[in-house]
Structures are given as C-alpha cells and as structure tokens.
Design a protein around this ligand. Structure first.
Ligand code: PXP
Length: 240
C-alpha cells in the first residue's frame, strides 16, 4: 500500500493570515496527522516565509515521529538550512515569489547541473532527495542521471483537467512516468492538487510509494477535524 505524507503548510497559511497570532499551529496539526496514521509530514519552507516559518521547521524536526520531509528550492540558503536541520528527506521544488503555489516541476534540462550539486551535497549528508518533476520521460531520465533517490511526479495537470479526455491523457503521462522511474529503481512519489476524488484514479498504479497531499486535507480538516480528514484519505489510499 502507498503511504501518505501530509503537507501542513496551509495550517501555517491560516496562522499567517493574522500575522500576530500563534494559532493554528502546524506542529499540533502534524501531531494529529501522525495520530491518524500519516506516514510523514511535509513542509515547504519558502524563501518569502509566506506560511511555514523557521521556528516550525526546528520544532517539527524534534517532534515528528514518522518522517519529516522538507520541500525547498535549490538555493544555498535552503541547502545550509537542510544540512543543519537534517530532515529525513528533501524534495527539491521550483519556487517563484509570484505564484500562489508550486506551479510546475523542476526543469532539469535547464537547471540540471545546479540541481545535481544540491542533490550531491544533501545525499552525501545522508539526506535522500526527491525531485519534483512533470510526468515527462526526459525529466525522469535526467533525475536518474543526477542520482536523485526519488522523484515526485507532479499531478497538477491531471487534477486541474476540465474534461474527462484531458484528465485521462494527463493520467496516462503519470502512469508512464511512474513506471519508468520505478524501472530505473528510483522511489516514486506523487503529489500536487490531489483530493478525495482524484486519488481514486490511482487504483492499480502500484509503482507509486507515497502521495504528498496538503490543501485538500487541511481544507477538509477545517470542517471535520484533522484526524478524520487524514483517516478518510488513508482509507481511500488503502483501496487503491
Ligand atoms: N508536492 C509538492 C512538491 C508541492 O509543492 C505541494 C504543494 O506545496 C504538494 C505536493 C501538495 O500539494 P497540495 O497542497 O495541492 O495537496
């Protein structure tokens, strides 16, 4: 069965919306997600600190009981931070200040050599690295070439598709990419935009070992509570 890593960034988004308060605390959300059975906690420490703060990363490092996955841009500041905090894994993502959320995968054709340096620095320090990339065979091959332990396949195009035909086309790219990465012996994760409906498409795609899901779970948690929101997602993943 695939695992579920719960991204708690948007708990911090709610806190930062008021700026001067300390609630809701993503640390508390992470505890609840773990109690509900999450296999990992994900946070994205952005350069502009729009949601997760340095304090969250530091506290989560010592409180997360499963595994702490740090999403970060491949910059020297973030690499220093990761090397000092030592998350259990890093996912390298592209980052633009103007975007609402991460908009696309990393383009290894353009940024391959600088990403390769970051991968080597982190993996030499025993921090496995996943690269967030679009479901494109060329990108998967490049991720393999730079020795990344894992890839995270960007599921955004599939989740955003407005017609059944477009969704099926986008999903078949994900299937091909997952199978290729698996054949190349990389860990295969998937995420971005997944919700309680779109997750059901992944039935039978056993190459994926972990889903990284945030917005839909935190949105549901506002209404039904964090533990129930996480348990409901895990139940759907169990049926895949
Ligand atoms: N994976 C990556 C690499 C991401 O950047 C994000 C968004 O922070 C997610 C997964 C989770 O996406 P969502 O919040 O839409 O579930």
């Amino acid at each position: 069965m695939a695992g579920l890593a719960v991204n708690v960034d948007h708990v911090a988004t709610l806190r930062q919306a008021r700026g001067n308060v300390s609630y809701p605390d993503p640390v508390a959300a992470a505890v609840l997600a773990e109690l509900a059975g999450a296999d990992g906690i994900v946070i994205h420490l952005r350069e502009d600190r729009r949601h997760i703060q340095d304090r969250d990363l530091k506290i989560l490092r010592s409180t997360v009981q499963t595994k702490l996955i740090l999403e970060m841009a491949s910059t020297s500041e973030m690499t220093r931070m990761a090397l000092s905090i030592k998350p259990d894994a890093v996912t390298l993502v592209p980052e633009k200040r103007s975007e609402l959320t991460t908009e696309g995968g990393l383009n290894l054709m353009i940024h391959g050599s600088s990403i390769a340096e970051t991968v080597a620095k982190l993996q030499d320090a025993d921090i496995p690295v996943s690269i967030f990339i679009d479901p494109d065979p060329e990108q998967i091959k490049l991720a393999h070439k730079i020795h990344a332990s894992m890839v995270e396949i960007h599921t955004g195009e599939f989740c955003d598709a407005k017609t059944g035909k477009k969704r099926e086309k986008a999903f078949s790219k994900i299937e091909d990419a997952a199978k290729l990465a698996y054949r190349l012996k990389m860990g295969v994760n998937a995420g971005h935009g997944l919700c309680y409906q779109t997750i059901t498409y992944f039935r039978g795609l056993d190459e994926i070992s972990e889903f990284s899901i945030g917005h839909s779970i935190v949105s549901r948690a506002v209404l039904v509570g964090m533990e129930r929101a996480v348990r409901e997602m895990i139940a759907l993943i169990k049926e895949l």
